[in-house]
Structure formats: C-alpha cells, structure tokens
Design a protein around this ligand. Structure first.
Ligand SMILES: NC(=O)c1ccc[n+]([C@@H]2O[C@H](COP(=O)([O-])OP(=O)(O)OC[C@H]3O[C@@H](n4cnc5c(N)ncnc54)[C@H](OP(=O)(O)O)[C@@H]3O)[C@@H](O)[C@H]2O)c1
Length: 231
C-alpha cells in the first residue's frame, strides 16, 4: 500500500470501552475512523478531525446501510472493519427470557453479521482486516452466562467462515477473545470485584498491532486471558 494512502477504519461499538480504546489508538496513528453506535456522537474524541460518528443501532439494518453509504461517499476504501458492538450480562437458565435472548443475539450476532455484510464490499482487497471482538465466552462456557456464551460461540462460527470466504480477496479475519476487561459494561461492580480485570487499552494495543501487520500475516485468534480470576 502507498504509505501516504489514507487508512480508514469502521468500528461498531467504537464509542465506549474496548471499542473506544481501539478508535482512540487508530486516530492517534493517523487513521480516519468511522464509529457506529447508538450514541456514537458521545464518543470522547468525536470532534477529532479524523473522526466521523454515526448514531445507529446495529440491530437496524437499514440504519447500518445508510451509514455505509455515508462512509462510501467519504473515502476510497475501508482498511479495517472492527465489529465490537455488543452487550453482555448473566442469564441464569431458570430466569433467562426470550427478551434477553433477542437482545443478546440481535446485537452480538445479527448486528455483527449484517454489519459485516454491508461493509465488506467497501473493504480494500489485498490489505483489509476484519476484526470480530468476541470473548473468552466464545471459547468456553460459564455458569449463568449461557446466552452470552452462546452468542459469542455463534460469532466465532461466523468469523471462522468469513476467514475462508474473504481469503480469495486476501482480506484477513481476526477474532479477539478477551477475558474480563474493565469497561462501562462493568460500571455496576465494585472496584474490589474488578481488581484483576484488564484495561481496555491493552486489548486495543494488541488488536491494533494485529490490524497493522503486513498483509502476508494474519492473526486469526487473539486470546487474551486474565492472569488471575475468571469472567
Ligand atoms: N468488558 C469485557 O470484559 C469484555 C470481555 C470480552 C469481550 N467483550 C466484548 O467486547 C465488546 C465491547 O464490550 P465493552 O465491555 O467495551 O462494552 P461497553 O463499554 O458497554 O461498550 C459497548 C459498545 O457497543 C455499543 N453498542 C451496544 N449495543 C449497541 C447497538 N445495539 N448498536 C450499536 N452499538 C451498540 C455501545 O454504544 P451505545 O450504547 O451508544 O450503542 C458501546 O460503544 C462486546 O462485544 C463485548 O461482548 C467485553
């Protein structure tokens, strides 16, 4: 790739937590960053000249398509697509509800699948990286978290299939599988309960390093576990 070529990233869920850290690190490296989230415009660096925000719910396919049109009209190609929008909470089987299932699967699975479908035509052949922010919960099960784990296992199946499907275009696919990370999704926990959690910047650093590798190298799975403790 021409070194002076503009590098463009699209990041769903790029406004908070792990996604926010990825957005910020890419902006600091000179990338143009498009953030999709329901409240994307509240992203802390929304006024950065390289940043464009799109207030969309990834469960609304028409809204995602509309934002893709806006991205397409503002750049030549997309170099990194990061599917990070997600929700997670415990759902003990005895009280798990259809509404929880719908929220978890519509956001974590359908949201990622159809955002990928919409943005894939914009990706730069021979260069681009698609990153799914999955979870350790996409590798194993956790008591009381079955619906979240099921959604992340489904996402893993989709990511693995995309890796095969996009290979002819030399587009690489990475699945990032963090353990527990201290993000706003865990604001309800006391600091004592989160003392072994990782910080989102560490996950972002590894994710961005994988995105920036030369096009011959593909980090297929980035499993970053907590040194101590569990989900
Ligand atoms: N924190 C952890 O321990 C951990 C561990 C492993 C994996 N993960 C995964 O990492 C990803 C990010 O998690 P996080 O902890 O950073 O969460 P977070 O701080 O709550 O951030 C979630 C992001 O997703 C966006 N989002 C949520 N629902 C959305 C929707 N329907 N449409 C569009 N955007 C939506 C949020 O923005 P809006 O609310 O404005 O829409 C926000 O930008 C998730 O996929 C999560 O499963 C997290």
């Amino acid at each position: 790739m021409n070194q002076t070529m503009e590098r463009v990233a699209v990041i769903t869920g790029g406004s908070l937590g792990i996604g926010e850290a990825i957005s910020t690190q890419l902006l600091n490296l000179g990338w143009k960053v498009h953030i999709l989230a329901r409240r994307a415009s509240s992203y802390i660096h929304a006024d950065h000249e390289g940043c464009r925000t799109h207030d969309v719910d990834v469960r609304d396919l028409d809204a995602v398509k509309h934002s893709a049109d806006a991205v397409a009209s503002s750049c030549e190609r997309v170099d990194a697509l990061v599917l990070c929008a997600g929700v997670g909470y415990p759902t003990p089987l005895s009280s798990a509800s259809r509404a929880q299932y719908d929220e978890l699967f519509d956001t974590n699975v359908a949201g990622a699948i159809f955002s990928t479908q919409v943005f894939t035509p914009l990706l730069r052949d021979g260069q681009a990286v698609v990153t799914f922010v999955s979870s350790i919960a996409g590798r194993r099960g956790f008591a009381d978290w079955s619906l979240y784990c099921a959604s992340k296992h489904a996402l893993e199946g989709f990511a693995a299939s995309m890796r095969d499907e996009l290979r002819p275009r030399r587009i690489r696919v990475t699945s990032v599988q963090p353990g527990s990370v201290d993000t706003p999704s865990y604001d309800h926990l006391r600091s004592e309960e989160k003392k072994e959690f990782m910080d989102p910047e560490s996950i972002a650093e590894l994710t961005v390093a994988a995105i920036q590798l030369p096009p011959q190298a593909c980090v297929e799975t980035l499993f970053v576990n907590n040194a101590v403790g569990d989900l």
